[in-house]
Design a protein around this ligand. Structure first.
Ligand code: KG4
Ligand code: ZN
Length: 338
C-alpha cells in the first residue's frame, strides 16, 4: 500500500511516499529557516505564503524521487493539526485536491501521531531492525509538546504525562534566544553545549512529585534568565557552560520521567519522537539508560525526529480506518487533540 504523506503544520513544507507504513521511497522537505531567521522565530503569515508557493513542487519532487506517478498511489495522508492554521490549510487543500482528482482514500493525521509513528518507519541506519512491539512508552518532545504516551497498539494509545507549561523544545528555543544563538535555537544550543561543562551551573530539575509523569520547564528557563541577569558576561564568556548546564537539566528530567513511565506501566521498550529527540545528549543518555536496565530503546534517525512527511504517511497506514475520512471532510484543525 503506497501512501503520499503531506506535512505543512509549521514552517517546513514536506511530502513523502511510504510503502506499507515502513519503507520510505522518498522524503522531501523544503525548509523555511532562511525566511524566518531575521525575525527570531516562525512568522505565521510568511510560513503559509511560502507553503503555498512550494507545495506543488514538493509533492511532484516526492513522486519523482520515488519514481512513481499519481496512478501508483493508494491513499493521501495529511497533517490536519495541531499547528498553525494558515500553514495547515495549504497541506490540507493540496491533499484534498489530489484525493478528489484521483478518487483516492484520504487520511486526516494528527501531527503528534505522526511523530510517534516515525518509530515504525524502517530505520536506514538499521534496516533489519524489527518494528516496535507494543506495549511501549514513547516520549514525544517537540517545539510545542512534551508528552509521554503509553502505546498499547497502533490504534490504542494514551497520554500518561505532559508538560504543565513550556514544551522542552520551547525551553531550548527561549534559552537559545537569551544566549543570542538565533533561530532555530535547539540544534545550535546542542552544538554549543558539546564544548561546555554540564556541571558548571546547577540549574533546577523539576521532577514534581515522586510518581508524577508530568513535566515543567518554565522554572528552568526562568533560572537561566536570572543567572544571565546576575552574570551578564556569562552570555558570551560562559555561553557553552550555560548551554551544557541547561541541557543537562532538561535531559535529566526527560530521561528520569521516561524511565519512570516504563517502570509504572511495566513496559520493556522506550521510544523517542519529535524535534528535541534529535538532541545528541538526549539520544546518548536514553540509549545508555536503556542498556543499563535491559530495555529496548527506539530512536528514529534525525530526519524522522524533526518534522517530515514520511511519519505522516506511516501514521495513516497504521491507524487505518481511525484516520480515514471522506476527502470532502478533510479540514485543518489547529487544536487537533490526541
Ligand atoms: O518536532 P519539531 O520539528 O516541530 C514541532 O512539532 O514543534 O520540533 C522542533 C523543536 C524546536 O523547538 C527545535 O529547537 C527542537 O525541536 N530541536 C532541538 C534539536 N533539533 C531540533 N532541540 C534540541 N536539540 C536538537 N538537536
Ligand atoms: Zn513536529
Amino acid at each position: 500500500m503506497l501512501i503520499l504523506g503531506i506535512e505543512t503544520s509549521c514552517d517546513d513544507t514536506a511530502a513523502a511516499l511510504v510503502e506499507d507504513g515502513r519503507k520510505v521511497l522518498s522524503n522531501v522537505l523544503a525548509s523555511q529557516d532562511d525566511f524566518h531567521r531575521e525575525y527570531g522565530g516562525v512568522v505565521p503569515e510568511i510560513a503559509s505564503r511560502r507553503h503555498a508557493e512550494v507545495i506543488g513542487a514538493v509533492v511532484e519532487q516526492a513522486l519523482a524521487k520515488a519514481g512513481c506517478s499519481y496512478d501508483a498511489l493508494d491513499g493521501v495522508a495529511v497533517t490536519c493539526g495541531p499547528g498553525l492554521a494558515g500553514s495547515l490549510v495549504v497541506g490540507v487543500a493540496a491533499a484534498q485536491a489530489i484525493a478528489f482528482a484521483r478518487d483516492l482514500p484520504a487520511y486526516a493525521v494528527n501531527h503528534l501521531h505522526g511523530h510517534l509513528f516515525a518509530n515504525y518507519l524502517e530505520n536506514p541506519d538499521a534496516p533489519a531492525q524489527d518494528p516496535p512491539r507494543e506495549p511501549f512508552v514513547c516520549l514525544i518532545v517537540s517545539g510545542g509538546h512534551t508528552d509521554l504516551i503509553h502505546v498499547e497498539s497502533p490504534a490504542r494509545h494514551r497520554v500518561i504525562g505532559r508538560t504543565r507549561d513550556d514544551a522542552a523544545g520551547e525551553a531550548y528555543d527561549k534559552v537559545a534566544r537569551l544566549l543570542g544563538l538565533g533561530f532555530p535555537g535547539g540544534p545550535v544550543l546542542d552544538e554549543l553545549a558539546r564544548g561546555g561543562d554540564a556541571t558548571a551551573f546547577d540549574f533546577p530539575r523539576s521532577l514534581l512529585t515522586d510518581d508524577s509523569l508530568d513535566f515543567s520547564f518554565s522554572g528552568l528557563k526562568t533560572a537561566v534568565r536570572y543567572h544571565l541577569d546576575a552574570y551578564p558576561e556569562h552570555a558570551a564568556a560562559r555561553a557553552a557552560d550555560v548551554a551544557a548546564s541547561f541541557q543537562a537539566a532538561v535531559v535529566d528530567v526527560l530521561v528520569e520521567k521516561t524511565l519512570r513511565a516504563a517502570r509504572l506501566h511495566d513496559t520493556k521498550t522506550i521510544a523517542l519522537a519529535g524535534g528535541v529527540s534529535a538532541n545528541s545528549a538526549l539520544r546518548v543518555r536514553v540509549r545508555d539508560a536503556g542498556r543499563e536496565r535491559g530495555l529496548r530503546v527506539l530512536i528514529p534517525p534525525i530526519a524522522y525526529c524533526t518534522d517530515n512527511a514520511a511519519m505522516i504517511a506511516a501514521a495513516a497506514y497504521y491507524r487505518g480506518d481511525a484516520a480515514r475520512v471522506p476527502a470532502a471532510k478533510l479540514t485543518a484543525d489547529p487544536n487537533f487533540a490526541w
